[in-house]
Ligand binder design. Structure first.
Ligand code: LAC
Ligand code: ZN
Length: 316
């Protein structure tokens, strides 16, 4: 989790792993150990090495211990699925809910085709009587019961075509399945080309509209599955119907989507990292100067290049 700066559905409330990290112990490439586990909230004594190691994908050191910030488990949780007949209406609701709900805990985006696939694949009852273009999963959670504030915020939203609400643990879990089972359902269609991108929330509607066209321009018969973390502008773009082992087509799909993201000022990896698969495209999100700085840090801490040598940084 630390090496990848893992994200997930609660980043909007708590931030990614880096925000939880208050210290690490790590073994560096030369065998030396850095250890800073005191957990001081205020500590301006130089470079933030824990923050640097977090998200470094194993290229700078091996994390062997960590000190994490703890947050109280919310006592009350309420979850709803909100259906919208246009993507724009759903994304307007994203902004409204962020402004209106202090206890917002998750805000996830799905589309009609992905939801239908999940229901078909796992034999789940469709949550709505008819199909809707875009669906938000909204979770509010807090020390006090957020149900009233939640109901008021949802009632004030324009464009809600239908709702499903869950408050008890079993119902909450059942609602989350519609979102969380997306990855497994898509994997059963075929090995997907997987992309994980962010654009600003303001650019999300246009991106969602354009990304299918961008894929179809290079792979006309491909299916494009979109879902993700609406509040973060983070969309998981999974493409099936292209042979993932046919590198030329898979690369063309990746290239098309990641250039679209870059043109809209987004990030080519929101959560999943660069790894080996995306290192060729790092320049779309990072400047020449930034990549040079990253190379200098890598050289300083791992002169022989023994730690995860083929990930993150592009081949020189
Ligand atoms: C998710 C994983 C794919 O959000 O990041 O479900
Ligand atoms: Zn995700």
């Amino acid at each position: 989790m630390i090496a990848t700066n893992a994200g997930g559905v609660h980043v909007l409330r708590y931030g990614p792993t880096r925000r939880q990290l208050v210290g690490v112990e790590a073994v560096l490439a030369d065998g030396s150990v850095i250890r800073r586990l005191g957990g001081l909230e205020k500590d301006n004594t130089g470079y933030d090495l824990a923050g640097l190691l977090c998200g470094s994908e194993g290229t700078l050191g091996i994390v062997t211990a960590a000190r994490l910030r703890l947050v109280p488990v919310p006592r009350h949780t309420v979850v709803a699925l909100l259906a919208f007949d246009t993507v724009d209406a759903a994304l307007v609701a994203v902004g409204e809910l962020r402004r209106a709900l202090d206890d917002l805990h998750a805000l996830e985006l799905m589309f009609a085709d992905g939801l239908a696939l999940v229901c078909d694949t796992f034999g789940l009852a469709p949550p709505f009587r008819s199909g809707h273009a875009a669906i938000l999963l909204v979770e509010a959670a807090g020390r006090a019961d957020p149900t009233t504030a939640f109901a008021e915020a949802v009632a004030a939203l324009p464009g809600v075509a239908d709702t499903v609400v869950a408050t008890d643990t079993t119902a909450v879990r059942a609602v989350w399945r519609y979102r969380e089972d997306h990855t497994e359902a898509i994997n059963r269609v075929g090995v997907p080309v997987k992309l994980d991108v962010t654009v600003s929330v303001g650019a999300l509607a246009a991106f969602v509209g354009d990304v299918r066209d961008a894929v179809h321009a290079v792979a006309p018969r491909a299916q494009v599955w979109l879902f993700g973390h609406a509040a973060d502008g983070n969309v998981h773009v999974n493409v099936t119907g292209v042979d993932a082992d046919d590198e030329a087509v898979a690369d063309a799909v990746t290239d098309a989507v990641l250039h679209l993201v870059a043109a809209r000022g987004g990030s080519i990896s929101a959560e999943h990292g660069i790894g080996a698969a995306k290192r060729r495209w790092l320049h779309l999100s990072r400047s020449v100067e930034e990549i040079a700085s990253m190379r200098a840090i890598k050289r300083a801490l791992d002169a022989d290049g023994i730690l995860n040598p083929n990930v993150l940084l592009p081949e020189p």
